[in-house]
Design a protein around this ligand. Structure first.
Ligand code: ADP
Ligand code: MG
Length: 432
């Protein structure tokens, strides 16, 4: 309704400004008209008074459709009704301007993903179908997904756009089975003109959900509807993903997003500061760009903190505040700046053994590999020296650590499932 009203207000504006209709005429005939809905390229207006309705329809419908054509650069139909109940609003803007293409900073790390997303948004289901955007957490995947949806929604307000997170798709499907509404679930997804699934990796390993998604995918694909997916890894790295889904995910285009380089980080910092109305010196911006390097969500978090602190202290932003915000941001998520203790804890948890056993002297088969994984991860993430790592594990010799490091590296290269295990542990550490 609100969206229809906005369109109607713009239509009136155009009639007055561009088509030269007089203000008196507008005030007499149009101000009381209510716009009920805008869908399927049709604007529905409510005029309760019979005489008015007849008059507007006979005298002014061409003015209105002319104005709508100017507004949308395409033919929009007009429908006039006399009762409110008759129609209901189908489309309303559901995608946030905050996550639009205009507010997405393009740099080396995301050029391809951005270009592909734009191409899909401008001409859905013609070039890349499905489009899969993959990359680490906080790098802009969801942002691009929303930008695609928002653009298509704007260009074609009647398009049925479904945005769903991979795990919500799973949960909703399971609930629909329990509630015996699986048909409804099916119909809903298969009626989409555009289906966006965020973090599709969450459907891996769930047999019936994958089956359902497989059929949804096929139905949409065959009907030439656009499908866009995001994921934190490549399809071939998704353990427990059914082969037939894997191949389908690879049918279209796969593009990755990398962590932003320095210039891109600076550009992002500039944009986010501007959006908040926060003024930082070049040095302060550099401090952020130099310290918060791997994740845009963290950059944004830091800037919001700086803003909050400056507000709180009612002062200009000092270098102190900037440094404090960075420190706090990392402390709130210790996993972002992990210590050996955190890594040991997460590895122990993952393999379900006691931490004391993990760092202890026990040489049983079930503890040796997890211990080697822990050594490898400490080396990888914190870059501790081999002798230092040895000390953390009951004073083992540095050659033992080197051996562990090499062995795990080799296993990651040759064993896909193991590689993903390591990835999962890394994620757990990051999220701890
Ligand atoms: P992901 O889905 O990859 O985990 P998001 O899309 O949620 O990441 O991005 C995290 C935050 O960072 C969002 O607020 C998003 O707007 C912002 N962001 C990420 N990349 C960019 C970019 N290139 N330009 C502007 N903002 C970005
Ligand atoms: Mg996301």
């Amino acid at each position: 309704m609100q969206y229809a009203q906005e369109i109607w207000a713009k239509t009136l504006e155009i009639m007055e400004r561009e088509l030269g209709m007089s203000r008196t005429c507008i005030d007499t005939w149009f101000v009381d008209i209510k716009a009920l809905s805008f869908s399927d390229n049709c604007l529905t207006l409510l005029i309760k008074n019979d005489f008015m309705r007849g008059y507007v329809e006979s005298q002014y419908s061409k003015w209105i459709t002319d104005a709508l054509r100017l507004l949308f650069s395409m033919e929009i139909r007009l429908r006039v009704v006399d009762k409110e109940e008759e129609v209901q609003e189908v489309s309303k803007r559901q995608f946030d301007e905050e996550y639009s293409f205009e507010r997405f900073v393009v740099g080396n790390s995301n050029t391809f993903a951005h270009a592909a997303a734009k191409a899909v948004a401008q001409a859905p289901a013609t070039s890349y179908n499905p489009l899969l955007i993959y990359g680490g957490s906080g790098l802009g995947k969801t942002h691009l997904l929303n930008a695609i949806a928002g653009t298509i929604e704007k260009n074609n307000p009647s398009a049925k756009i479904i945005y769903v997170k991979g795990d919500d798709f799973t949960n909703e499907f399971i609930e629909s089975i329990q509630a015996r509404t699986a048909d409804e679930f099916r119909n809903k997804y298969r009626a989409a003109d555009l289906l966006l699934v965020d973090d599709i990796q969450f459907i891996a390993g769930r047999e019936r959900t994958q089956e359902e998604f497989f059929h949804t995918f096929n139905a949409l694909y065959e009907a030439k509807k656009q499908i866009v997916l995001t994921s934190d890894r490549l399809p071939k790295e998704m353990v427990n993903l059914e082969e037939r889904l894997r191949t389908r995910f690879e049918w279209g285009l796969m593009v990755d997003i990398q962590p932003p380089d320095y210039e891109t980080r600076m550009a992002i910092i500039n944009l986010k500061c501007k959006r908040l109305g926060l003024e930082l010196s070049t040095k302060q911006k550099e401090t952020i760009a130099n310290n918060v390097t791997s994740n845009v969500r963290q950059i944004e978090g830091t800037i919001k903190k700086i803003y909050a602190y400056s507000e709180l202290l009612q002062t200009d932003t000092t270098q102190d505040i900037v440094e404090r915000a960075i420190k706090d941001m990392f402390q709130e998520h210790p996993g972002l700046n992990p210590t050996p203790e955190i890594i040991i804890k997460e590895v122990a948890k993952y393999y379900q053994i006691e931490e004391t056993v993990l760092i202890g002297k026990n040489q049983s088969k079930g503890t040796v590999l997890p211990r080697q994984v822990a050594m490898y991860l400490i080396r990888e993430i914190i870059h501790s020296s081999y002798p230092d790592i040895g000390k953390m594990f009951s004073g083992r010799d540095h050659t033992t650590v080197i051996h562990a490091d090499n062995k795990i590296k080799e296993m990651i290269k040759t064993n896909h499932e193991f590689k993903n295990e390591i990835k999962d542990i890394r994620n757990n550490i990051l999220e701890s």
